[in-house]
Design a protein around this ligand. Structure first.
Ligand SMILES: Cc1cc2nc3c(=O)[nH]c(=O)nc-3n(C[C@H](O)[C@H](O)[C@H](O)COP(=O)(O)OP(=O)(O)OC[C@H]3O[C@@H](n4cnc5c(N)ncnc54)[C@H](O)[C@@H]3O)c2cc1C
Length: 584
């Protein structure tokens, strides 16, 4: 395909086959069955990170709960940075989406009387998290995948890696992708493209995220002229296994698990998160929001009250008092993970845990329908920033976000594609350029002076040092300089592996280039935000500053390739900024 001509053309093309991507694909097929839809995914869709979600998906269904309460919890959880019109749409549509998923085959756990069971989750005032034991993501993705199979006009390009968006005259016209099984490079035309590429946890060294979560969609959008929003907000989850970073779901605390420091003391009572209770109290102690819990861990380290491990300081999660029967019924996967990866049985032993990078609140700037400022380009799921999560996401809001905004983006892209004009011929030249770049720079088999693994290690260490749970200008500035150097060194990277089939070295190089761009945006945006809000805690600016920073930050790629930070207002509908209070 070196002339850049399209190997195929579709009405709407999805980059990503996880929860958001498959939900969007189904929405397009349902909006207009005549539309030709394609899903390109760098892994087989069932291997997308959605599959590993454990705890559940929030949606108002229980008696006594209300949409307003879900909205308020999300607004306050976001430290008032979430857009309230987006949050209102989200809470209203989430229960419908979850019910729809049941009709597609998702086996939600039940109460003995047959009603859908819900569990508590961090930062939520009511029990509203639907779950399928502690394998929610697996069941959700399975239901979506099976449903997607019934549409004749849906083509899948499994194991296709998208390297570039084709944009001309402010409109998207398709993508260039490497077929990983053969190494062939294709350009694929599309009237509309939806980015559903998930998160970017791999920018950091210690994360719950899968190896594939390298922020590709964010980098693709950024290079194509679509800005990234609120990139400084990176969520640490308080309970990862110390060596692997494997997540121990918040559901473990929702079912009554306790966090204990080195003295065996439930330390969260010292952090304005409520007083100890034998059973979990909503929005209190172990069920406080993730940002506060991860920050409390750092303070315990400073006070010397944590335990030592080969991987640094840890605390313990205690599930012993829950008993084997409950653990087997509600948390079987937690037990399985502990037995397999730590050789610990949580029925009898304490689980060692430490905070771990988990989720990206920021992402591609979109409106309420997933549209970016580039015509025909949409984004949904973790790669997008609508924004409902603001400065801190509440656990179990992400899966329903993928459904609600995946469906919205799908419907909007379907409508756009119906009226879109054909691609101009200049796009083919652009595609041919990209093919040549890939052949020359990466598949040219230069040994290169730089190794991907070295630059990646240095980038990850830099991010941990400069953009961790607590941040300050000197380390962030140093981080910005290091990343600029790494960007330069990236030009010297060569792919020594000459194989065309599953060339993992090539994939690693492409992913690293994406991660470097994303990392730069996180740090530049973080430096500009001179306040502490949610997951962005500055030791040099410890207070929230609504006067200057009740705004979203947008990062554009400047003409010289470096990030330029601007702002847009936050939408406030019904909940004026207030104090975030938990445990009372
Ligand atoms: C361990 C874990 C547990 C979690 N538990 C919960 C939970 O209980 N509740 C909750 O609400 N949230 C949870 N989350 C968060 C939530 O699961 C994710 O935010 C969500 O599943 C992301 O879905 P997505 O569709 O946006 O992306 P993903 O599921 O990550 O899918 C991304 C897709 O993009 C494709 N892709 C990426 N780059 C490219 C490229 N360059 N070319 C082609 N394809 C590409 C991939 O192949 C994949 O198909 C959890 C996250 C983790 C890591």
């Amino acid at each position: 395909m070196s002339d850049g001509g399209f190997a195929a053309t579709h009405d709407v093309l999805l980059v990503g086959g996880g929860g958001a991507g498959l939900r969007a694909a189904i929405a397009i097929a349902e909006t207009d069955p005549r539309l030709d839809v394609a899903v390109v995914s760098k892994v087989y869709p069932m291997r997308s990170h959605t599959v590993s979600a454990e705890g559940g998906a929030a949606g108002v269904i229980a008696e006594g709960d209300s949409l307003d309460e879900h909205a308020y919890d999300t607004v306050s959880g976001s430290d008032w940075l979430g857009d309230q019109d987006a949050i209102e749409a989200f809470v209203e549509e989430a229960p419908r989406e979850l019910l729809q998923l049941e009709h597609w085959g998702c086996p939600w756990s039940r109460q003995p009387d047959g009603h859908v069971a819900v569990r508590a989750f961090g930062g939520m005032k009511r029990m509203r998290t639907w779950f399928a034991a502690d394998k929610t993501g697996f069941h959700m993705l399975h239901a979506l995948f099976q449903t997607s199979l019934k549409y004749d006009r849906l083509t899948r390009y499994d194991e296709g890696f998208v390297t570039r968006l084709l944009v001309d005259d402010g409109r998207v016209h398709g993508v260039v992708a490497v077929e990983l099984t053969t190494g062939k490079i294709h350009s694929i035309g599309a009237k509309a493209v939806i980015l559903c590429t998930g998160g970017c946890g791999k920018v950091f060294p210690f994360t719950t995220n899968a190896n594939i979560n390298t922020g590709d969609g964010m980098a693709l959008a950024y290079r194509a002229g679509a800005p990234l929003k609120d990139m400084e907000f990176v969520q640490y989850h308080p309970t990862g296994l110390p060596f692997t970073g494997i997540l121990i779901t918040e559901a473990a605390r929702a079912e009554g698990g306790w966090l204990l420091n080195g003295d065996g003391y439930r330390y969260l009572q010292d952090y304005d998160l409520g007083t100890p209770s034998p059973t979990p109290v909503l929005r209190s102690m172990e069920l406080g929001p993730r940002d506060r819990l991860s920050q409390a861990f750092v303070h315990e380290v400073e006070k010397g009250r944590t335990s030592h491990s080969p991987y640094g300081p840890i605390v313990h999660l205690d599930l012993r008092h829950l008993g084997e029967k409950l653990i087997e019924a509600k948390l079987p996967f937690v037990r399985e993970l502990c037995l397999k990866y730590e050789r610990i049985d949580p029925v009898h032993e304490l689980i060692p845990v430490r905070p771990v990078v988990h989720y990206m609140m920021g992402g591609v700037h979109t409106d309420l329908h997933g549209a970016t400022p580039v015509a025909g380009l949409y984004a949904a799921g973790e790669t997008a920033c609508v924004s409902i999560n603001g400065a801190n996401r509440l656990g179990s809001n992400s899966l329903p976000e993928c459904l609600v905004f995946g469906a919205r983006a799908g419907r909007a892209a379907a409508t756009y594609a119906t009226g879109a004009r054909p691609a101009p011929s200049s796009v083919h030249a652009q595609a041919a350029d990209e093919v040549r770049r890939l052949e020359r720079e990466l598949l040219g088999h230069r040994a290169g002076t730089e190794r991907v693994s070295r630059i990646r290690d240095e980038m990850q260490a830099t991010m941990e040092e400069s953009a961790g749970i607590y941040r300050a200008a000197p380390a962030m500035k140093k981080g910005v300089d290091t990343l600029a150097e790494l960007q330069q060194r990236m030009a010297g990277v060569g792919v020594a592996d000459t194989s065309r089939s599953f060339n993992t070295e090539l994939v690693a190089a492409l992913e690293l280039a994406n991660m470097l761009d994303v990392a730069e945006c996180i740090l530049r945006s973080g430096l500009e935000r001179e306040e502490s809000r949610g997951a962005h805690q500055r030791t040099d600016f410890p207070a929230r500053d609504d006067e200057r920073f009740l705004v979203h930050q947008l990062v554009h790629r400047g003409p010289d390739g470096s990030p330029r930070v601007g702002t847009v207002p936050v939408t406030i509908t019904r909940w004026p900024p207030g104090e975030r209070v938990y445990g009372r």
